[in-house]
Design a protein around this ligand. Structure first.
Ligand code: F0G
Length: 366
């Protein structure tokens, strides 16, 4: 007989996978797009770069339903919002949060307003918010201004804020750490990731700690965060009023989870460092061409940071004397197709070739 899956078996997102660790009850409506369970990819060329028998793995969050890690937190935040009877979501965003919020709001059948810094959102992300039917408001200001406005609007009670200041978001994002431990059998030794509003580094650290508390891991990794040099408030220990970087997702001068990120770095024996726009751009291309993983610029900050740890004496954390056989995980947070502009600028114009085998063979030049 033909067997059919039940409704809950079909929904295989992070709430179903990690229900016992999340703030949900059996009556919470689950709004899911089958997020999470993303690949942890062993990268031979990155591993070679650090040497000493170390293993480098990339956690590819760009393959989530809306193309970024935000979906892990959004499934929990939107499910909880619906449970509480919310009819409208609101968020400030550099692009990915808005794409994710818009998708999960559509799935839940509620409305969603996204407040964005005008002209500073990658094309693909803006297009996503539009396609999913969000109400888009572009302000004459930066992300920090947008978040300030969203906080005030949230206080009116008309909206549920789904930025990472919502604890349900961070609870969902912890599952990234759970998946890594489940796959490796223990925590890695180092975890590298880009830092913007600092929610993700906070969430990963909480996830690792929680898993150790439940004896699912025996140790904790050093958390190493990377900010873009022109948008590095945590590194410089001061608010940046006009943050600037080509990595628009992390163009943030006053991160909401600043204190929690500092605690994660300090408690884990990790570090915060900066990478330049040039390093980010070349890391993006390097990862695509040497490991076959195409990520957006903000995500390439973890790879640029990894290179810095391997190569530079000035790095906030040096891998030069790293313990043999260490395991290093780099989270790449969003898909490369979201923000094609930098790559388009590097593309040469295509020459038109006659439609013959001979001409095509000559044009290939291999
Ligand atoms: N990488 C990408 C692709 C992001 O979109 C973000 C944040 C980060 C890294 C940084 O993560 O904020 O938790 O430290 N994007 C937010 C947004 C701000 O609005 O989409 P964080």
């Amino acid at each position: 007989m033909h067997s059919t899956t039940t409704k809950s078996q079909r929904s295989c997102g992070v709430i179903e996978r990690y229900r016992e660790f999340l703030p949900v009850s059996p009556t919470t409506p689950v709004i899911s797009l089958s997020e999470g369970s993303t690949p942890l990819i062993y990268c031979p060329r990155l591993s070679e770069r650090v040497g000493r028998g170390c293993e480098v793995l990339v956690k590819n969050e760009g393959v989530n339903p809306t193309g970024s890690f935000k979906d892990r937190g959004m499934t929990v935040a939107v499910s909880k919002a619906l449970e509480r009877g919310t009819t409208a979501l609101i968020c400030a965003s550099t692009g990915n949060t808005s794409a994710s919020a818009a998708a999960y709001a559509a799935r839940a059948g509620i409305s969603c307003a996204v407040i964005l810094p005008a002209g500073k959102i990658a094309t693909g992300k803006l297009l996503q918010a539009f396609a999913y039917g969000a109400k888009i408001v572009a302000i004459d200001g930066n992300f920090d201004d947008a978040l300030r406005i969203v906080r005030e609007l949230g206080e009116t009670g008309d909206f549920t804020i789904v930025n990472s200041i919502n604890p349900d978001r961070l609870a969902g994002q912890k599952t990234g750490a759970f998946e890594i431990v489940d796959e490796l059998g223990d925590t890695p030794d180092f975890h590298l990731l880009p830092v913007g509003n600092a929610g993700n580094i906070t969430a990963y650290w909480a996830g690792y700690r929680e898993y150790r508390a439940h004896q699912r891991a025996t140790k904790l990794p050093a958390m190493i965060g990377f900010q873009a040099a022109g948008a590095a408030p945590i590194f410089y220990d001061r608010r940046i009023d006009k943050p600037e970087t080509i990595a628009s997702a992390i163009r943030i001068g006053n991160p909401a989870s600043w204190k929690q990120a500092c605690a994660a770095i300090l408690e884990s024996g990790g570090a915060i460092d900066v990478v330049s726009d040039e390093e980010i751009l070349s890391a993006q291309v390097w990862l695509a061409q040497h490991e076959g993983i195409f990520v957006e610029l903000a995500s390439a900050a973890s790879i640029a940071g990894f290179f810095q740890c391997c190569d530079s004496d000035k790095a906030a954390y040096s891998f030069r004397k790293i313990r043999e056989g260490s395991r290093i995980v780099c989270t790449v947070t969003g898909h490369g197709l979201k923000d094609p502009d930098a790559i388009i600028r590097q593309m040469k114009e295509l020459k038109l070739i006659a439609a013959t085998v001979m001409d095509v063979r000559r044009a290939i030049e291999l």
